[in-house]
Ligand binder design. Sequence first.
Ligand code: BDR
Ligand code: CA
Length: 300
Amino acid sequence: MRLWVDTDFGFDDLWALLLLRHYGATVEGISLVAGNTPLPQVIANALGAAEAYELGAPLHAGADKALVREVETAQEILGEKGMDSRGRFLPEVDRAQPPADAVEALAAWLMQDGRREVLALGPLTNIALLVQRFPEAAARITRLVWMGGSNGPGNHSPLAEFNALCDPEAAAIVAGAGLPLDVIDLMICRQAIFGPEDMPQTDPLTADLLGGYLDIGLKRGRAGMAIYDPVAALAMVRPSAFAFERQSLTVSTTPNETYGATRFRPDPQGLTRLPTAPLEDIARLCLDALRQEASHGLSE
Ligand code: BDR
Ligand code: CA
């Protein structure tokens, strides 16, 4: 499988990219978007991860702010770098900055032949700009998988999930664009939980970053942490691991307590799908993929 990834490059975004590699998918381009952190830190994370994990895909910088709302980040939860750690951090790479042409580059990639699958792991700003500026290219997407939204309570406000709340206007545009959209929402991701006893054996850097990610849950008195973006990547490469239902999706752009909330309604004719249940042990699949991709240099 060949695909494009749009990401705000936190740790679980990196984990998703490693899972794609584990399943033999080729990422032909990565567009970066402000979300977990402001865009400069997203770019720094992408450059550091590309070096540490030998990610070869070309990087493109995209939107540094949401379409309408003021900047919202997750740094209060994830730390300044958008990736917490128990020790080591990604290397700080002094390399040329990626070109600031993410939406144009994605549009050009979409105009090529063959299946055109896009995995979105952050706020949908870049994808909404694509829909607005390059509708012909957007219409060529054969499958768009997005980690975002919630068919239940939120995680960044009582009603809204982080990626949706970061840019509700963008999410509303994408939801209404008539694209074949699979929404990997908070509810399905919360069925993929891992705890201290599940920590895979990996190289020291990955162990520290995964530990930092797990600590988000542990520090809040929970037994573990939900796996978000890797579950969306799994839905991309292994859709048989989920039971999907066709639903219509609307996103609240009303500036009140519903801002960014996603609403799903059964719609047998619709192009949007929501996974209603895992059919396999999706946490285990994500953890196994990480262990196998991040155990270089360790004796088996
Ligand atoms: C989403 O928010 C981000 O912090 C994660 O990377 C994931 O994409 C979960 O709400
Ligand atoms: Ca993300």
